[in-house]
Design a binder for this molecule. Structure first.
Ligand SMILES: [Zn+2]
Ligand SMILES: [Zn+2]
Length: 345
C-alpha cells in the first residue's frame, strides 16, 4: 500500500480509511542514519527512511472524515498499530505491541513500510495529524519525531509547570526542541552539554537560561540539587551519577536517547533522595496533535537546514559528525524528482 516511487498520476487503490499524502518535506532523524547502516541489526533493504513527513492530502478513502484533499498534514514515527489493545484505546498507539513504524517494518498487509524520503505515502487516517496553518511545513517536520519525543515525557512526568527548573541533557535535534518547549511552558531551562561551543547559541538563539559543560566539575557542582527534571537526549554512555546529582530530591530524569551499551546506575544516586529514572518512546497520536497545536500557539519550530534530495548522502555524513544545527530537512517537493532523473540518466 506504500510505494517509494509512485507517481501522482498513477492509479493507486486507496484503502477506505487511508489518506494519500503528497510529501513536500521530510526531516532526517538520527535513527534514519542508524537504520540505513543496520546499527540495530534489523534493516530490511531496499529501505526508504524518513519519519518526519509533512505534505498535502492528495486523496482520501471513503471512510475518512478527518481530512480532505489539499489539507496540510504530517506523519511521524508510526503508520499503524493494532488499534484495539489497552494502549491503543487510551491513545498510546506508541506503546502498542503491534506498532508499525513508518519504515523498515512489515505492515499488516505483509508489505514492508517505506518512509518519507519519497514522493508519496499512504497512511491510515488515525496516524495522520493536521498541521497548523502557522507552522511552516519544513520547520515543523522535525516536530513529528523530535518534538513529540520530548513533549510527551514532559507532559506525563509533570515537567511542564511554569517556574520549574528543567535540565536538557544534550543539545541536538531532540534537545534544542526540548529547550523551546521548556520555555513555552514557562520553565527555567538549563542545557547540559559536552560542547562549550554551543553555549552562545543555547542562550541567545534558543532562549535557554543557563548552560553547563558536563565535564566542568565546578559548573556541575554549582548546579547540584537544583533541577526538578532532566530530559536526557544523549545516546552515548556517560557517567550517570553526577547527572542524577543535578536533580532536587524527588527529581526525575527521563531517557529519550538510546546509548548503545547498558548504563551503570549507582543505586544510592536514585534511592538516597527519592529520584526517578524513566524512559519514554515518542508519543500517541492525540498527544502528537496536541503538541503541534501547542507549538503553533507558542511559535515552537525546529532550527533546520533545508537540503535537496541529491544532498542526502552528504547530509548523512555530516549528521554522523553532529555537523548540523539542528536538523536536516529534505525539500522533497522541489528536488526529489530531479535527483531521481539525474541518477537514472
Ligand atoms: Zn526519529
Ligand atoms: Zn494496540
Amino acid at each position: 500500500r506504500r510505494s517509494p516511487d509512485m507517481h501522482l498520476t498513477n492509479h493507486i487503490s486507496t484503502g477506505d480509511d487511508d489518506v494519500v499524502i503528497k510529501i513536500l518535506y521530510c526531516g532526517i532523524c538520527h535513527s534514519d542514519l542508524h537504520s540505513i547502516k543496520n546499527d540495530w541489526k534489523n534493516a530490511k533493504y531496499p529501505m526508504v527512511p524518513g519519519h518526519e513527513i509533512t505534505g498535502e492530502v492528495n486523496e482520501v478513502g471513503k471512510n475518512v472524515t478527518k481530512f480532505k484533499t489539499g489539507d496540510r498534514v504530517g506523519v511521524g514515527c508510526m503508520v499503524n498499530s493494532c488499534q484495539s489493545c489497552e494502549s491503543c484505546n487510551k491513545g498510546f498507539e506508541n506503546l502498542c505491541l503491534g506498532i508499525i513504524p513508518t519504515y523498515n517494518l512489515v505492515d499488516l498487509d505483509g508489505t514492508i513500510t517505506y518512509g518519507g524520503y519519497s514522493s508519496m505515502v499512504v497512511v491510515h487516517e488515525r496516524f495522520v495529524v493536521r498541521f497548523p496553518d502557522t507552522i511552516p511545513l519544513e520547520k515543523g517536520a522535525p516536530l513529528l519525531c523530535a518534538g513529540i519525543t520530548v513533549y510527551s515525557p514532559m507532559k506525563y512526568h509533570g515537567l511542564n509547570i511554569p517556574g520549574m527548573h528543567l535540565g536538557v541533557l544534550g543539545l541536538g535535534g531532540l534537545g534544542h526542541v526540548a529547550v523551546k518547549f521548556g520555555k513555552a511552558f514557562g520553565m527555567k531551562v538549563t542545557v547540559i552539554s559536552s560542547s562549550p561551543g554551543k553555549k552562545q547559541e543555547a542562550l541567545e538563539r534558543l532562549g535557554a537560561d543557563a548552560f553547563i559543560v558536563g565535564k566542568n566539575d565546578e559548573e556541575m557542582k554549582a548546579a547540584m540539587s537544583t533541577m526538578d527534571g532532566i530530559i536526557n537526549t544523549v545516546s552515548a554512555n556517560i557517567p550517570m551519577a553526577p547527572l542524577l546529582g543535578l536533580l532536587k530530591p524527588n527529581g526525575k530524569m527521563i531517557m529519550v536517547g538510546l546509548p548503545e551499551k547498558p548504563m551503570e546506575i549507582p543505586p544510592f544516586a536514585l534511592v538516597a533522595t527519592n529520584k526517578t529514572l524513566a524512559g519514554s518512546l515518542i508519543g500517541g497520536m492525540r498527544d502528537t496533535q496536541e503538541m503541534l497545536d501547542l507549538a503553533a500557539k507558542h511559535n515552537v519550530t525546529a532550527d533546520i537546514e533545508v537540503i535537496g534530495a541529491e544532498y542526502v548522502n552528504t547530509a548523512m555524513e555530516r549528521l554522523a559528525k553532529a555537523d548540523v544545527r539542528y536538523r536536516f530537512v529534505i525539500d522533497i517537493g522541489n528536488t526529489l524528482d530531479k535527483a531521481a532523473a539525474t541518477t537514472t540518466e
